[in-house]
Design a protein around this ligand. Structure first.
Ligand SMILES: Cc1cc2nc3c(=O)[nH]c(=O)nc-3n(C[C@H](O)[C@H](O)[C@H](O)COP(=O)(O)OP(=O)(O)OC[C@H]3O[C@@H](n4cnc5c(N)ncnc54)[C@H](O)[C@@H]3O)c2cc1C
Length: 544
């Protein structure tokens, strides 16, 4: 191959956490692996950067729970510096000028908080958690398995039966809960459990994270579930903070990869997947260099892969039609702000650090508020009352800002992936950012004046910076038509593209978005399965 580097067994397009995980498992099996990352740093959306002089933060992805403990153990990430700490409580929701709801810190504490709004909801909580626990256990296990794949013949059928068997072991009551979670809107699901608006808001928020939908959209209950089956240091359902930010996770992964002999190339954007006689043959970088490899695994969004990095002539026409319908656009707007002091909430006054400052602060006091945010966004691009989650990681981690100073992540939902009337996010971003700051200021009146600097990541900028198509933080909607055996497309849920030797290993494959590492690990398993089959076949043929 012209202007090439040494041929490799496998090349990974993208050094996001899933690309690194995939690379590590392949290298562990003895393959020579190269990771090509477009940015100057690996980690994809899980990176820590200095966004204002003296202030560092997890600039995109900002909190950890979904990361598979088996991957942490296999890659010995703790030995490579990873440390994850829990928050004292999970969430704090200002409800109005005088009341708030705290979630977490133990069942009894949360029940006491719920009882402020509804005694019945407080009583319903243990059963609700038990249900999520039981269903979460099953999903955790399914997340680590390749879905049954249409067209895989007997092996696919066997896989389907095994996974169905796990579901069959659930009681009828739980099967019905599971059906609700997969099909209902989050409002209709939560209406079956709780009566008070703040309690429903506290749980319903998870259903709109990375989901450009209303709490009334059928299927939105699944997105709530998607955010509950993680764990932190063995505590199921908890969300925590990686000391040093999310970049500490991916830097530990990169170190583990290098220790296994993985070659990592940064500033190395891939321009095209090379295909020879229907087989993947390597990649061509934007600077013209070529890397030959019989295995190519793409960590990028499937739309980006198949619509920009693979020549249309290398794909079947029916596949091109279907991938063109793959839906992207999570409606996320992200800001990082440098703060001179902590926010002083009207409903819970005080600037001295308290547990609510260390939690996920959710500005979305009801499902109706979340519903309006989506409708406004569809009409105008965003709502005058946007959904904002604020996390202040410097309250748990003194490596991010100087003593007394703070950094905050503002994760904002229902910002149109593409603005109506042909407007560009390049023109609208500052205006939207001002509104977000004003929104937080409405609840904590010292906020605006405490902002020393800000970094704005509109949906368009998320696409430019991280290669996230339409700014989709999940690499594609988490809706029933794009989940499990249909992620990214029916017939391709086993990580295999319609080109031999080309695989998908990013969040656009099962089980979807979030910093879990599961897509990368599952893809590596399928690649190694093909490779051992290939080797066995080769040996058998040679022996004849
Ligand atoms: C704003 C935001 C907030 C989030 N918050 C959370 C959170 O708090 N917790 C959580 O668990 N998840 C969160 N997520 C979701 C999570 O970060 C993603 O789902 C996850 O990072 C996907 O990982 P990945 O490795 O599959 O892909 P990515 O992280 O997207 O990595 C893909 C990599 O491919 C590279 N690339 C793109 N094109 C090319 C090319 N042509 N050649 C070479 N390389 C290329 C990109 O630069 C990138 O490094 C958030 C995401 C965003 C964007």
């Amino acid at each position: 191959m012209a202007t090439g580097t040494q041929p490799r067994d496998a090349v990974i397009i993208g050094g996001g956490h899933n690309g690194l995980v995939c690379a590590w498992y392949l290298a562990k099996a003895g393959l020579q692996v190269t990771v090509c990352e477009a940015r100057p740093v690996v980690g994809g959306a899980a990176v820590t950067e200095e966004f204002h002089p003296g202030f560092r933060n997890s600039v995109a992805s900002y909190t950890v729970s979904l990361l598979n403990p088996q991957i942490i153990a296999d890659m010995t990430l703790h030995d490579h510096g990873l440390r994850v700490v829990e928050r004292p409580i999970a969430n704090f929701l200002p409800i109005d000028g005088a009341s708030y709801l705290k979630l977490g810190g133990g069942l009894q504490r949360t029940q006491a908080e719920f009882a402020k709004f509804s005694r019945r909801d407080a009583e319903a909580l243990p059963a609700y958690y038990a249900m999520l626990d039981e269903i979460g256990d099953i999903l955790r296990s399914l997340a680590q398995q390749t879905p049954p794949n249409l067209g895989d013949g007997l092996p696919g059928l066997m896989r389907g039966l095994r996974q169905a068997g796990r579901l069959a072991s659930l009681s009828l009551r739980r099967k019905s809960d599971l059906l609700d979670l997969f099909t209902k809107s989050v409002r209709s699901f939560l209406d079956g459990w709780f009566e008070s608006a703040p309690v429903k808001a506290a749980f319903g928020f998870d259903a709109v994270v990375g989901n450009y939908a209303t709490p009334d959209s059928p299927g939105s209950a699944y997105v709530l579930l998607h955010h509950t089956f993680g764990e932190v240091n063995g505590k199921k359902g908890a969300w925590g903070h990686a000391i040093g930010g999310m970049g500490a996770i991916t830097q530990a992964m990169a170190t583990a990869c290098v220790a296994r002999g993985v070659q990592i190339m940064t500033d190395a954007p891939v321009r095209q997947v090379l295909v020879d006689a229907g087989n993947a043959a390597g990649v061509e970088l934007a600077d013209g260099r070529r890397i030959a490899a019989g295995i190519v695994a793409a960590n990028v969004n499937p739309s980006l892969l198949f619509q920009h990095l693979v020549a249309p002539t290398d794909l079947p026409a029916e596949f091109r039609t279907r991938i063109a319908r793959y839906r992207n656009g999570s409606g996320t707007f992200r800001m990082n702000v440098a703060l001179a002091e902590l926010p002083d909430f009207t409903c819970l006054p005080g600037k001295a650090m308290a547990e609510h400052h260390q939690s996920g602060i959710v500005i979305a006091p009801s499902l109706d508020y979340m519903d309006a945010a989506l409708h406004d966004a569809k009409a105008f691009g965003w709502s005058k009352q946007p959904i904002v989650e604020m996390l202040i990681p410097s309250t748990l981690d003194d490596s991010l800002a100087r003593p007394g100073r703070h950094v905050a992540s503002l994760f904002c939902q229902q910002f149109a992936p593409l603005l109506p009337d042909g407007r560009s996010w390049d023109d609208a971003r500052e205006k939207a950012a001002d509104l977000i700051i004003d929104t937080v200021n409405d609840w904590a009146p010292n906020f605006k004046t405490s902002v020393l600097g800000r970094m704005i990541l509109s949906p368009l900028y998320l696409e430019r910076k991280f290669g996230l198509t339409n700014g989709d933080i999940m690499h594609g909607h988490l809706s029933l038509d794009q989940l499990w055996a249909a992620r990214p497309l029916l017939g391709h849920a086993s990580h295999r593209a319609p080109i031999k030797g080309l695989y998908m290993c990013g969040a656009g494959t099962h089980p979807g978005g979030g910093v879990s590492g599961n897509p990368g690990r599952n893809a590596a398993r399928e690649i190694l399965r093909d490779r051992s089959l290939f080797t066995a076949l080769g040996l058998a043929l040679r022996g004849r």
